[in-house]
Design a protein around this ligand. Structure first.
Ligand SMILES: C[S@@+](CC[C@H](N)C(=O)[O-])C[C@H]1O[C@@H](n2cnc3c(N)ncnc32)[C@H](O)[C@@H]1O
Length: 208
């Protein structure tokens, strides 16, 4: 069964709530058979996936170019593209089937601000400079920083969704944080008092 829409959803998605609902219906119905989400995930689709991604929207800069690494079924990049139509999103995903899904959803939902780029993030180093990079559930910080920081312009921002072990990940990534010019690093908790499950984001600037 697909989770009923939580009361907070309309406030978080604002005027884009109908588009987010259309994506929720599709991901809830087809995500599991397509291998995009696990069998238990439709029951927590809004809480754990859609709103957990959408709460990042206020951190996206106006008119930003954002690269989302490993978008998979759409989190967080496609959800953010729905809620922030002013910003442009490059969804970087190596798996062909997932890219086909993302392209199909972007077309169906009329998202002119989405480009799907098939490949690993490393393959796009030097190809463009994003203002911000997002990622969720791709790899630990010590591996994620070397593949994400080179996608940013000087002074661009990392917004990396992380779980409860974020402090240990930061500790283990000290060498990579220094080597890639990661500055002003902090962890913020988003959605407190609004969402049943808050979102932790590792936030930092990258200086060359
Ligand atoms: C566990 S899934 C998470 C998907 C989605 N971000 C989410 O939170 O639901 C990890 C995704 O990262 C992709 N991935 C793994 N390594 C990658 C890399 N080096 N560059 C880009 N994507 C990568 C995988 O193909 C997969 O779709």
């Amino acid at each position: 069964m697909i989770e009923a829409e939580p009361a907070a959803a309309a406030a978080i998605a604002g005027p884009r709530i109908d588009v987010l609902r259309a994506f929720a219906a599709e991901l809830g119905a087809r995500g599991e058979p397509l291998g995009l989400i696990g069998p238990k995930e439709p029951e927590r689709l809004w809480t754990r996936h859609l709103l957990n991604s959408a709460v990042l929207a206020p951190l996206i800069e106006p008119d930003a170019t954002v690269a989302d690494i490993g978008t998979g079924g759409g989190m967080p990049g496609l959800v953010l593209a729905i809620v922030r139509p002013d910003a442009r999103f490059r969804l970087i995903e190596p798996m062909e089937r997932r890219c086909a899904w993302l392209g199909e959803q972007a077309d169906r939902l009329g998202l002119a601000n989405v480009t799907v780029q098939r490949g690993r993030a490393e393959e796009f180093h030097g190809a463009f400079e994003a203002d911000q990079v997002t990622a969720r559930a791709v790899t630990a910080l010590r591996k994620l920083v070397p593949i994400s920081a080179p996608l940013l312009r000087d002074g661009g921002e990392l917004l990396l969704l992380k779980g409860a072990a974020v402090d240990a990940e930061i500790e283990a990534a000290q060498k990579q944080l220094r080597r890639f010019g990661v500055d002003e690093a902090r962890v913020e908790e988003l959605g407190a008092g609004v969402l049943a499950e808050t979102t932790r984001v590792f936030r930092a600037r990258v200086r060359r």
